[in-house]
Design a protein around this ligand. Structure first.
Ligand SMILES: Cc1cc2nc3c(=O)[nH]c(=O)nc-3n(C[C@H](O)[C@H](O)[C@H](O)COP(=O)(O)OP(=O)(O)OC[C@H]3O[C@@H](n4cnc5c(N)ncnc54)[C@H](O)[C@@H]3O)c2cc1C
Length: 418
């Protein structure tokens, strides 16, 4: 067992995860008060709003990543996956990412910010045949597959039907991640096919959504604006349609009228929401649905030394980066206050904006003001870029992100596969 506080006489804080919630907490935690150990199965923080851009080469992968160690050199980091929490003994068991060996960490305070995973609702064939967009590895897989399909479809010996299938890109889900990805894919394919003249007339983009509108978390007018923008760009949007089965070449869709449509795909990306990880399912704490119940200070009700933040905590708020980041900062404040006479007041979420890039230098911005201050089109695109540039964490990425944007605008994307 590793006593994570043996090095200095401070409270031992163990933080699980390095995503939006945990990373915000790590950045704000008081090193004089806590001997902090971060345990995450990846050694970086991923700036998820830029993943779709990274997936099609608008920016390079590294510009959407921040190193935990370089951000807080004064916290301990262990690349490992948490597997078990013993709340009574105050121990976390982890599996080292490299040796596969189990270790235990003792803690005085524990923060769980291990996030969620893409939900597939048990639809047959999705896990085996679809790509997802949660991590940089996923973004890399999408970019590689897109370029591989363009390359393969240019083989003069293939028949036309197979070439058409390879150039059929299907995205399932009508939320912000799916809309951003299909918008970015449309931009990237328009540019890439200049260099793949045989593939150009065969490219087909399709978005499938089970509800009757796109972007249901945004103002309905913005969802409709996005649908019309996609239509103008020849992106087929299929609404009120449920995917029932997926194979390595086909997507079976139950249409609202009761008919079945079978779509061909050369690449399928699945982004229909989130669900619990195996780790979260295994936790023996009180849950509300699949999320962990928390009190007003984001602590587990029966275990006041254990906090749950981000997508896994049931605060009744949407699973977004904004919420996760504010929860992480809030718990850092609660912890930094220590046993202060006046306890910190309850967590209050302050909504800023909801933004989504939809392709061709166009975005949508929902100000949450009931439509009064919403924006769309090029102005919204400038706001979208400004918002993400200013929220980029390190100066390295504040420099890299606009550099890649300008590079892509003037010199195009890199189409080489490696
Ligand atoms: C492509 C994409 C685009 C998005 N765009 C936006 C956007 O524009 N705006 C917005 O508000 N939200 C956006 N979101 C949602 C947002 O990213 C999530 O709500 C947010 O990441 C949740 O933060 P979190 O800290 O709960 O989890 P995550 O950020 O998912 O982090 C979880 C962390 O825990 C680690 N982990 C997992 N299991 C274990 C384990 N057993 N042991 C140790 N570590 C573990 C992971 O490696 C990761 O570091 C987007 C999400 C995606 C996928």
């Amino acid at each position: 067992m590793i006593n994570s506080g043996a090095r200095i006489a401070k409270q031992r804080l163990v933080v699980l995860g390095s995503g939006w919630s945990s990373f915000a907490l790590i950045r704000a935690i008081d090193a004089k008060r806590f001997d902090t150990t971060v345990i995450s199965d990846r050694n970086n923080f991923i700036f998820t709003p830029l993943l779709a851009s990274a997936a099609v080469g608008t920016i390079e992968f590294r510009a959407a990543s921040e190193s935990v160690r370089q951000t807080r050199p004064d916290v301990h980091f262990h690349q490992a996956a948490a597997t078990h929490i013993d709340a009574a003994k105050k121990l976390v068991t982890v599996t080292d990412s490299f040796t596969g060996k189990p270790y235990s960490y003792a803690f005085d305070k524990l923060v769980i910010g291990t996030g969620a995973e893409s939900a597939t609702f048990g639809i047959p064939g999705v896990r085996e045949n679809a790509l997802f967009l949660k991590t940089l590895a996923d973004a890399r897989a999408i970019r590689s597959k897109m370029l591989a399909n363009l390359e393969a479809s240019s083989n003069p010996f293939l028949d036309d039907a197979e070439r058409r299938r390879l150039c059929s890109f299907v995205v399932v889900g009508g939320g912000p991640t799916s809309c951003e990805l299909i918008g970015e894919l449309s931009d990237a394919l328009k540019e890439a096919t200049l260099f793949y003249p045989d593939a150009a007339p065969l490219v087909k983009l399709t978005l499938v959504e089970s509800s009757g509108q796109l972007l249901s978390s945004f103002d309905a007018k913005l969802g409709e604006y996005t649908r019309r923008a996609f239509k103008k760009r020849n992106i087929e949007v299929i609404l009120s349609a449920r995917v029932t089965k997926v194979s390595n070449q086909h997507v079976h869709v139950a249409m609202s009228g009761g008919n079945e449509r079978i779509l061909e795909h050369g690449m399928l990306v699945w982004s229909t929401g989130i669900g619990p990880t195996e780790f979260l399912k295994s936790l023996p704490f009180e849950k509300s649905g699949w999320k962990l119940k928390v009190d007003e200070l984001l602590r587990l009700p029966a275990h006041p030394d254990i906090f749950a933040i981000g997508d896994i905590s049931d605060t009744g708020l949407p699973a977004t980066a904004q919420v996760a980041q504010q929860e992480g900062r809030f718990v850092a404040k609660v912890l930094n206050a220590g046993d202060a006479a006046v306890p910190p007041s309850a967590f209050v979420y302050r909504h800023l904006f909801s933004l989504a890039y939809i392709g061709q230098f166009s975005a949508i911005v929902d100000s949450g003001s009931g439509g009064v201050m919403n924006a769309r089109g090029f102005g919204a695109f400038v706001l979208w870029r400004l918002a993400y540039w200013t929220t980029a964490v390190s100066w390295r990425n504040k420099l890299l992100i606009p550099m890649f944007w300008f590079k892509t605008f003037w010199l195009g994307r890199d189409l080489s596969r490696f």
